[in-house]
Write a protein that binds this ligand. Structure first.
Ligand SMILES: Cc1cc2nc3c(=O)[nH]c(=O)nc-3n(C[C@H](O)[C@H](O)[C@H](O)COP(=O)(O)OP(=O)(O)OC[C@H]3O[C@@H](n4cnc5c(N)ncnc54)[C@H](O)[C@@H]3O)c2cc1C
Length: 473
């Protein structure tokens, strides 16, 4: 077993970005005193940042204040794997959950985001390493060969099969020669980004556009009257409209707790070894994932590193989002072991650092958006590990809701359809823990070529039987 990799300061991405003045500065001091605004945004992740961007796009004179408890991008938005995609990989669940017409609309609308993010970076001088290399889902055991048939069937039913291409084992090896990879499914319309550079670049551009950003400012209470009041330790913001983009931290909110649960995901990044990547032909910038329910996701960086993540982990009961989500030696050691198992030719290349973050999970594995109170407090979360591309659409939706614009965005099924509830405590936490453990056990046994027992299989499939889009079918 490898040594536990060094804990990064939030993430390797943020360490890299914050060393550069264009992503570090200028200052966004903590809120001091009471102020007013047209819109107050809670949370400086992609959702809050894109909402501010689209508000200013639609109404340049709007006075927007954004409050972030850490630094912008300090949460998952600056820590993620940087897979920047629409919902093509979820086509089967989308049809089942929303029906064909709504599924199609969601696919097409979210499908625009990756390219629009790339174009935004270009237009605003943000070098976020945007690379359009496609998303490659690979089989890592015989059980997963052909697991994409259901996706292709759904794609044919909606007439969008040209978005996908099945690759044989040989074709996968031509793109990335891991001894563990079998055949796979390529989704053309997907990219990778440097997640922290994207978040911090958004922050810079918003400051230039006159958005008032206050970092290290925790909202302790949101008053929901005719005007919303965001209270913090040293001041408050009173605004006509409020937008809540708190990601996993929204689970603290009584109104959202039944519809969100939190899991951890952990990433390790290696030292640069571009020659080893070239040896295994992984030079096309593909975002690669396996077909486990607790997925491995992996991508390269321009200087030849592998960033390798594992999802679906849960630090014990972890009902609170604490330091265990930032770093967990046991989990990161496990992730590093999996990396070298998948890429034995990286043996001898050290891991540079490791980190984790909380994933906000919704029952349909899709984000949901809406309004509360007197219709002037708007929210959006539940991206379930796929928020880099969809939060761009989320920003469009939330800007439309905050401006009370009745348009196609506010009629999307992720706004109109109620999200699925999780069971209440005390069933919920142990239930999630047990189902999660069974899902991971099933995945691990299948990857090791071992038999999955009937109890593990039954429990792993329970979430699906109960109507959640979670775990194996
Ligand atoms: C390890 C990891 C890997 C991931 N990999 C991918 C990937 O490859 N592709 C993908 O699409 N998605 C990925 N995701 C998911 C993706 O990062 C999220 O969906 C996305 O960043 C959500 O953005 P957000 O703005 O909604 O939330 P966040 O980024 O969580 O932002 C919420 C912000 O609210 C702040 N906050 C919390 N409480 C308060 C308060 N009281 N007052 C003020 N501010 C507060 C937090 O500090 C945080 O900055 C990953 C997530 C993790 C953790």
């Amino acid at each position: 077993m490898t040594d536990a990799p060094r804990p990064a300061e939030r993430s390797w991405w943020l360490e890299e970005a914050l060393a550069l003045p264009e992503f570090a500065g200028p200052e966004a001091p903590a809120l001091q005193g009471d102020t007013t605004a047209d819109v107050v945004i809670l949370g400086g992740g992609y959702t809050g940042l894109w909402t501010a961007w689209f508000l200013k796009e639609r109404e340049p004179d709007l006075d927007v204040v954004l409050l972030e408890s850490d630094i912008c991008g300090g949460g998952p938005s600056g820590r993620n794997g940087g897979f920047c995609e629409g919902w093509w990989d979820r086509i089967r669940d989308l049809r089942q959950t929303y029906g064909d017409a709504d599924a199609m609309e969601l696919l097409m609308t979210a499908g625009r985001s990756p390219n629009e993010i790339g174009a935004w970076c270009e237009a605003n001088g943000v070098d976020a390493w945007f690379r359009h290399g496609g998303d490659l889902a690979v089989a890592t055991n015989p059980m997963h060969e052909g697991a994409w048939d259901g996706t292709l069937e759904a794609a044919r039913a909606l007439g969008v099969e040209s978005e996908y291409r099945v690759l044989s084992r040989e074709q996968v090896q031509e793109r990335c020669a891991s001894p563990r990879f079998g055949g796979g499914l390529l989704i053309h319309d997907a990219a990778t980004v440097h997640p922290a550079r994207l978040a911090r670049g958004l922050r810079r551009v918003l400051l230039e556009r006159g958005v008032r950003i206050h970092e290290r400012t925790t909202v302790t209470r949101l008053g929901m009257g005719a005007r919303a009041v965001a209270e913090t330790a040293l001041g408050s913001v009173e605004a006509g409209e409020a937008v809540i983009g708190l990601g996993a931290w929204a689970t603290w909110w009584k109104a959202f707790k039944p519809r969100l649960t939190v899991r951890g995901s952990y990433i390790v990044v290696t030292a640069p070894a571009p020659e080893r990547l070239a040896d295994m032909h992984w030079t096309g910038g593909e975002a690669i994932r396996d077909l486990r329910a607790s997925i491995h996701y992996l991508r390269t960086t321009p200087d030849g590193r592998i960033a390798f993540g594992l999802g679906g982990l849960q630090p014990d009961f972890a009902r609170r989002i604490d330091h265990r989500y930032d770093y967990d030696a046991r989990f990161t050691r496990r992730v590093a072991d999996d990396l070298y198992r998948m890429f034995p030719n990286f043996e001898g290349i050290a891991t540079d650092s490791a980190w984790g973050g909380p994933i906000n999970v919704s029952g349909f594995t899709m984000p949901f958006f809406g309004s509360l109170g007197r219709g002037n407090v708007h929210y959006g979360f539940g991206y379930t590990g796929n928020g880099v591309g969809p939060s761009h659409l989320g920003g469009k939706i939330l800007a439309a809701l905050a401006l009370h614009a009745e348009d196609g965005l506010t009629r999307l099924a992720v706004v109109t359809r109620k999200p699925k509830r999780f069971p209440p405590e005390p069933i919920r936490s142990p239930g999630v823990l047990v189902a999660n453990a069974a899902i991971r056990r099933k995945d691990d046994l299948e990857d090791d070529g071992r038999r999955v027992g009937p109890i593990t299989r039954f429990v792993a499939r329970l979430p699906r039987r109960l109507g959640y889009n979670l775990g194996p079918r």
